[in-house]
Design a protein around this ligand. Structure first.
Ligand SMILES: NC(=O)c1ccc[n+]([C@@H]2O[C@H](COP(=O)([O-])OP(=O)(O)OC[C@H]3O[C@@H](n4cnc5c(N)ncnc54)[C@H](O)[C@@H]3O)[C@@H](O)[C@H]2O)c1
Length: 268
């Protein structure tokens, strides 16, 4: 019996095999969960989510996470599929058109910045609001979103995605207080190491960021598979009193100042 036996949930953001959400979906099913997958219609076409759905024996409900209407359809569709309420949701969604277009932070395009915020942070509020309004989650349910340490400390090249992550982490606390008190639903962010995915590779200098983080972290960078293993514990009953936290899943990176490995590299 797996730690998610009897649990049901929605997993957003699986684009292809490298996606963190893809690994979470596989791991959740391996641990006994039933899942529903979702992504935008464009990502469904460009990526390979239908293969994941087949592997996990489930359906994909198309939804743009910036559309409250789509999110309503998603939550209704999941409840219909599961035959009632469910237990967990993963928000694994991020995109900055400013980063995509290589626009420097000091010259940012505000229309695109609104999009970054809507896709990467406000979508989390919209999703939580939809779940809350429809009372879709069982008591002691769990919601997790993926974030990066650039939401708290400045990382060159992370641009407006850093601002979006700061907002995402704040929404986690603000909604966590309300949902926790009302329905005992917990909400956390997982601050993951740099990971080679489609979104990750969009950040300029990713190879160096990955390499330095790996050398700085006593345990080395956490992989997407490691992340999936951690996230399923957050969906399980073993973490019922953990809420409104930004949980570092980064091999120790966030507590480091300087490591011997980085010092050695810089001294060369
Ligand atoms: N890769 C990293 O280094 C890293 C590190 C820390 C946190 N994260 C976060 O992990 C999450 C998942 O990213 P990933 O690295 O697996 O990359 P990914 O590109 O595989 O996943 C990003 C997903 O966001 C989806 N998406 C974009 N716009 C959307 C919208 N409007 N509605 C619904 N879905 C939308 C994409 O279709 C894609 O599936 C993101 O929040 C990202 O910021 C990534």
């Amino acid at each position: 019996m797996g730690i998610l036996t009897g649990k049901k949930g929605i997993i957003t953001g699986a684009l292809n095999e490298s996606s963190i959400a893809w690994k979470v979906a596989e791991k959740a099913v391996e641990e006994g969960a039933e899942i529903v997958l979702t992504n935008t219609p464009v990502s469904m076409r460009l990526g390979t989510i239908s293969q994941l759905a087949e592997k996990c024996g489930t359906i994909v409900i198309p939804a743009d996470a910036t559309s409250v209407e789509d999110l309503g359809t998603l939550v209704d569709g999941a409840m219909e599929h599961f035959g009632g309420k469910f237990d967990f949701v993963l928000h694994s969604i991020g995109m900055s058109p400013n980063i995509r277009k290589n626009i420097p932070y000091e010259n940012i395009n505000y229309t695109l910045m609104d999009k970054t915020m809507d896709i990467s942070a406000i979508s989390f509020h919209k999703l939580l609001k939809t779940l809350y309004a429809k009372d879709a989650l069982n008591e002691w349910g769990s919601v997790a979103a993926l974030t990066y340490i650039a939401g708290e400390r400045t990382f060159v090249g992370y641009s407006d995605m850093a601002d979006a992550k700061a907002l995402l982490e704040s929404i986690t606390r603000s909604f966590g207080a309300i949902y926790g008190a009302k329905r005992h639903v917990r909400i956390n962010t997982v601050s993951q190491s740099p990971t080679y995915t489609t979104a990750g590779q969009g950040v300029s200098g990713m190879t160096s960021i990955y390499d330095i983080a790996d050398k700085m972290s006593p345990l080395g960078n956490a992989t997407a598979d490691d992340c999936a293993s951690y996230i399923v514990t957050l969906f399980s009953d073993y973490t019922r009193k953990v809420t409104m936290q930004n949980l570092y899943h980064d091999g120790g990176y966030s507590s480091m100042g300087m490591s011997a490995a980085v010092l050695e590299q810089l001294s060369k």
